[in-house]
Design a protein. Structure first.
Length: 204
């Protein structure tokens, strides 16, 4: 198949689980790769570019009840208790990411932002065709959201230097797997902000 354009039709920025813990010295229950915090901080550039271009921004928050009834199988692997309601690292990093009043917000109980949430209804209402993903973890919530978006026939783009994984190896392998599903899926912050800038100019 021919390589698709970076952005097709209506793009929507999906900010996956950029929560307060990303900017804390200790990220409860979840291992992260070296450079994780720098990548997540860099994601602010993409949020700002989307706002400037008038592109819808959707913030996703993983959150779990304090009685732990909704963790399911999430604690069967490497991860310990994480994203628990009421903990200081659980709120979305709205201030750090420059949230604006018109942005959307969806909370989730599982890794994929599509599973058991209103995201699909929201995206249909926004007439989304291309999903731009930033946030964490590359190999968990970003990857699973990407895969579900791909299976829903969205064009999916992941900003490789604005996501962070549980390890460098897992991060790299996950980006490679997403690129396998859609050629050209992995882009940089410089590339996507330039493309969003062109949209802003075209709309002016």
């Amino acid at each position: 198949m021919p390589r698709q354009p970076m952005l097709v039709g209506q793009p929507v920025l999906i900010v996956v689980d950029i929560q307060k813990s990303a900017f804390m010295d200790h990220k409860a229950g979840i291992p992260v790769m070296p450079g994780y915090r720098a990548n997540i901080a860099r994601a602010r550039r993409v949020v700002d570019a989307a706002h400037d271009a008038g592109i819808p921004v959707v913030f996703i928050q993983e959150i779990h009840r304090r009685d732990m009834v909704d963790y399911g199988r999430e604690l069967d692997g490497t991860e310990d208790v994480h994203c628990m309601d009421g903990e200081p690292g659980t709120p979305v990093a709205f201030e750090e990411m420059g949230r604006q009043p018109g942005d959307y917000f969806v909370h989730k109980r599982r890794y994929s932002a599509f599973y058991g949430t209103e995201l699909e209804i929201l995206l249909k209402g926004l007439k989304a065709q291309t999903l731009i993903l930033i946030g964490g973890l590359t190999d968990v919530c970003v990857h699973y959201t990407f895969a579900d978006g791909h299976q829903g026939d969205y064009y999916c783009r992941v900003v490789g230097d604005c996501v962070g994984g549980s390890s460098t190896d897992a991060h790299d392998a996950s980006l490679k797997a997403m690129e396998y599903l859609q050629t050209g899926a992995v882009v940089t912050a410089d590339q996507i902000t330039a493309e969003l800038g062109r949209l802003q100019v075209a709309a002016a």
